[in-house]
Design a binder for this molecule. Structure first.
Ligand SMILES: Cc1cc2nc3c(=O)[nH]c(=O)nc-3n(C[C@H](O)[C@H](O)[C@H](O)COP(=O)(O)OP(=O)(O)OC[C@H]3O[C@@H](n4cnc5c(N)ncnc54)[C@H](O)[C@@H]3O)c2cc1C
Length: 372
């Protein structure tokens, strides 16, 4: 159940207002020292994994939620254009310059907040690099995040699309999310059970889209080994390495990913560009009758998930390009910047692919990437 009317949790034990927010706003003199940095007319080229050229009117980097609150309070009355949040830019395609203010979390704290036998609660700032967090879990012998190794981005973005890979999703370990409401400037904590998590989806992409900034995430991890090796390729790779330890699982995931996905530092991309479509059983049966061996997975409500990469490949797009935008030659789910592509080049290729898949299979695939 999502707690929409009052927006934030009132029905579970999670406190709606973290105690530290009851403190007074910190001293203005400390405000611009280290906690908040304002950058004007900034290039976004090195701040988005597609590597497309664009600029932002303003980026506000903050490493602490209280100083962000003060910054927004001080500037509330000014018209500063659109307000949005930029993490690592690994799931955003800029189709033009960004006219407004991008809030960018930089805080890097990770801390254990409670231990209860086997269970360990950990709080991480939104600005922590996701794989640094997973590596921290490994170093501390904590299970739960290891299958999500090497997903590029920040901790604060993980709940937004409920990142997932190799049979695990962020929702499995997210206890609660600390955030700041950008309209009311009220901080709050929302329990994981009220985040509306689904396949690459959450309340942060729905009712709360554009309305909040996530400032920290609380995780629920375990000291007891819980290897999840449901993916055959992962199980085989771990077996090659030895026991299913945290280190071996992380190494196996990293190896498999490196073989399938282009490195954004070399070839601009945002991982999977499209979501896998979830269709009625009858639709899946119709396509499978024409294409025996069609891969598919059971999804919620008796529906069927068909890999979008397979549909795009069968439609003949794998390895094809339109100018400087292309469909990756090793994984058709990934669109790539072959060098110098604009956001418009990439969206226009995406639209062609979507239309062609719809024409050939009668299924519409949707973008997973946020197109701005
Ligand atoms: C090579 C590659 C592989 C990938 N593999 C996977 C994968 O296996 N599984 C998977 O799920 N994803 C994958 N992705 C997508 C991406 O890594 C995730 O979506 C990641 O969470 C993006 O993090 P980010 O910090 O870069 O977010 P951004 O791209 O900066 O932002 C993404 C969205 O989240 C919002 N957002 C970001 N931070 C906050 C915040 N603090 N508060 C509120 N909103 C916020 C933004 O406004 C935007 O709407 C991959 C991407 C690449 C480039």
């Amino acid at each position: 159940m999502a707690c929409l009317p009052s927006m934030f949790c009132t029905t579970c034990s999670t406190p709606t207002i973290p105690t530290h927010y009851s403190d007074k706003i910190p001293n203005f003199a400390t405000f611009y020292d280290a906690m908040v940095q304002e950058l004007l007319n900034i290039s976004l080229k090195g701040r988005n994994s597609f590597g497309v050229n664009a600029t932002a009117d303003r980026i506000v980097e903050f490493d602490d939620d209280a100083s962000l609150l003060e910054y927004l309070t001080v500037h509330k009355a000014e018209n500063r254009g659109r307000l949005a949040v930029l993490g690592g830019g690994n799931n955003i395609l800029f189709t033009g310059d960004f006219h407004g203010t991008l809030l960018h979390p930089t805080g890097g704290k990770i801390a254990v907040t409670a231990e209860n036998g086997d269970l360990v609660s950990v709080r991480a700032d939104a600005g922590v690099d996701w794989d640094t967090f997973v590596g921290w879990c490994e170093s501390n012998g904590l299970w739960g995040a290891e299958n999500l190794t090497a997903i590029p981005g920040t901790v604060g973005a993980a709940p937004v699309q409920n990142i997932g890979a190799y049979g695990a999703e962020a929702k499995d370990i997210i206890d609660s999310v600390e955030l700041l409401d950008l309209e009311t400037l009220k901080p709050a904590t929302i329990a994981g059970c009220h985040c509306g998590f689904g396949y690459r989806d959450s309340i942060f992409k729905g009712a709360l889209k554009g309305r909040i900034v996530i400032t920290a995430v609380h995780f629920r991890l375990s000291r007891t080994p819980q290897p999840r090796l449901g993916y055959a390729a992962l199980e085989d790779k771990v077996a090659e390495l030895g026991e299913p330890t945290l280190t071996n699982i992380r190494t196996a995931v990293r190896t498999i990913r490196d073989g399938k996905l282009p490195d954004p530092a070399v070839t601009g991309n945002a991982g999977s560009f499209f979501k896998n479509p979830v269709v009625e059983n009858a639709t899946a049966e119709r396509i499978a009758a024409e294409y025996p061996g069609m891969p598919s997975f059971p999804a919620a409500e008796g529906k069927i998930k068909i890999p979008a990469g397979w549909l795009i490949e069968k439609a003949g797009w794998k390895g094809h390009s339109r100018g400087k935008a292309g469909v990756y030659e090793r994984q058709a789910l990934v669109l790539v910047n072959l060098g110098g592509a604009t956001g418009a080049d990439i969206t226009s290729l995406a639209e062609e692919v979507i239309a062609d898949v719809e024409r050939k299979f009668g299924i519409r695939i949707d973008a997973e990437v946020n197109i701005w």
